[in-house]
Design a protein around this ligand. Structure first.
Ligand SMILES: Cc1cc2nc3c(=O)[nH]c(=O)nc-3n(C[C@H](O)[C@H](O)[C@H](O)COP(=O)(O)OP(=O)(O)OC[C@H]3O[C@@H](n4cnc5c(N)ncnc54)[C@H](O)[C@@H]3O)c2cc1C
Length: 408
């Protein structure tokens, strides 16, 4: 187990500086254009693939970094560049984590490379859990997976919504109900391979922020996938379902739900994205406050402005510490006994919303225009308190973990 450290080692510093250079030179200059176009920035993803940032190797290297700081450091730098473009670059990672968390070695080796493609032909992947009637309440999921034993195939039917890269992905990871009696314990994750008949994109959403990231419905109409596409395999699923049924009868040991396993691992990463956006807005605001003059002096000479910047920076640093702690715990297998993953996501996402709003205020009229990036950063920041569990759901998870009570 790696000791918890608050300092990046030399190798990590090198990676951070490299990522920062890409964020500053490639992502940030493209941000306003792709925000306006509201389209997936394929050329930027391709650029990231060429230099090795958009690749399984890079992601896996950061994911398995024993200090736990690899992923948060990478997310912070890329999202510092721009949240919409960065989500287009790292969105595939959520589907990849779904496979890493629940798949067999063979499934990991087969499907993750197809999620990324290569630098000449980049691909993306989608993780599809949310549904129109099952957002925070995953137990209301209706998408059904039925096993056709004669053909050793699973048949998927249902409608997924809010899927990042949904419909444009090469590989979709779909969470579906295999045993409706068991609520969220009766879910399983499936790979839907490229060009599988029956999978289609539904509505593409026009969003408030992160507009360079594609978000859409995914319709599954009698989608047939081979038995080998059930993540973890049939034997493991049958064992898990048997344990869940036993527990439902007797009230025994808790069985982990597949989608929840994915979210637990990814929440600190979302916190790190929020830190990146918050830091970006804070830097613009600090620079502006030091150069903009009113009443014959820089506006930072006023305590009212200077104290806001002091609070912004303090909260960003506090958010980063919570994110790094949770990430270190997750990588080193330490259980989240106080829901530390949720804490990090809750605090960092609320900080990003607050800090980006303060940045607009510090820039005055300019902050409210698209000539300056902080209004975009504020629109982008609003997503962090919504996806991968809203702030209210994070509080619910924290309160339940602390109290041991089924707080509603
Ligand atoms: C841009 C974007 C990208 C996304 N990407 C993906 C993706 O790739 N894959 C995927 O599966 N999903 C994705 N999502 C879905 C996202 O995770 C859901 O939007 C989120 O979980 C909330 O669900 P909901 O929108 O249905 O809101 P609801 O669950 O309907 O919540 C509405 C409001 O009620 C509150 N609320 C609900 N229940 C409670 C409660 N028990 N106590 C207190 N308050 C409560 C919520 O906090 C919220 O404020 C994405 C969403 C967006 C907007």
């Amino acid at each position: 187990m790696a000791e918890f450290t608050m300092e990046l080692n030399d190798e990590q510093k090198e990676v951070r500086d490299w990522l920062h250079g890409f964020a500053a030179d490639v992502i940030r200059p493209a941000a306003a254009e792709w925000d306006e176009r509201e389209e997936t920035p394929w050329p930027v993803i391709q650029e990231a693939a060429k230099v090795g940032i958009y690749s399984l190797d890079f992601y896996a290297q950061q994911y398995f970094d024993a200090t736990g700081l690899g992923i948060p450091m990478a997310m912070e730098e890329l999202f510092w560049g721009d949240a919409g473009i960065a989500l287009s670059i790292v969105g595939t990672g959520l589907a990849a984590v779904g496979v890493l968390a629940n798949g067999t070695e063979e499934q990991i080796g087969t499907w993750i490379p197809q999620m990324y493609g290569d630098a000449d032909d980049v691909k993306v992947a989608a993780f599809c859990s949310s549904e129109p009637d099952a957002g925070s309440d995953v137990s209301s999921m209706r998408t059904r997976a039925v096993y056709d034993e004669a053909k050793d195939e699973w048949v998927l039917n249902g409608t997924k919504t809010w899927a990042t890269n949904g419909g444009i992905a090469n590989v979709h990871v779909v969470v579906a109900v295999v045993d409706p009696e068991l609520g969220s314990k009766g879910h399983a994750s499936f790979i839907v391979p490229p060009n599988t008949p029956g999978l289609a994109q539904g509505q593409k959403f026009k969003k408030h922020g992160i507009r360079a990231s594609h978000t859409a419905e995914v319709i599954l109409d009698n989608v047939r996938v081979p038995g080998s596409c059930l993540l973890g395999g049939k034997e493991k699923l049958d064992e898990r379902l048997a344990r869940a049924r036993e527990r439902a009868r007797t009230g025994g040991e808790r069985v982990k739900n597949a989608a929840m396993a994915t979210f637990e691992a990814s929440r600190p990463a979302v916190g790190a994205m929020a830190v990146g956006t918050a830091r970006a807005a804070y830097e613009v605001a600090l620079d502006y406050a030091m150069t903009r003059e009113q009443f014959g002096r820089p506006i930072i000479d006023n305590q009212g402005v200077a104290f806001q910047l002091a609070d912004m920076r303090t909260q960003i640093d506090a958010a980063r510490l919570l994110v790094w702690r949770a990430s270190w715990m997750a990588v080193n297998g330490k259980p989240f006994t106080a829901a530390e993953g949720s804490m990090s996501k809750l605090f960092a996402s609320e900080t990003a919303k607050k800090v980006t709003a303060q940045a607009i205020q510090i820039l005055g009229g300019n902050g409210y225009t698209r000539e300056y990036p902080v209004e975009r950063m504020h629109r982008d920041a609003a997503i962090y308190t919504i996806f991968e569990g809203t702030s209210e759901i994070q509080r619910l998870v924290i309160a339940r973990t602390l109290s041991g009570l089924p707080i509603r």
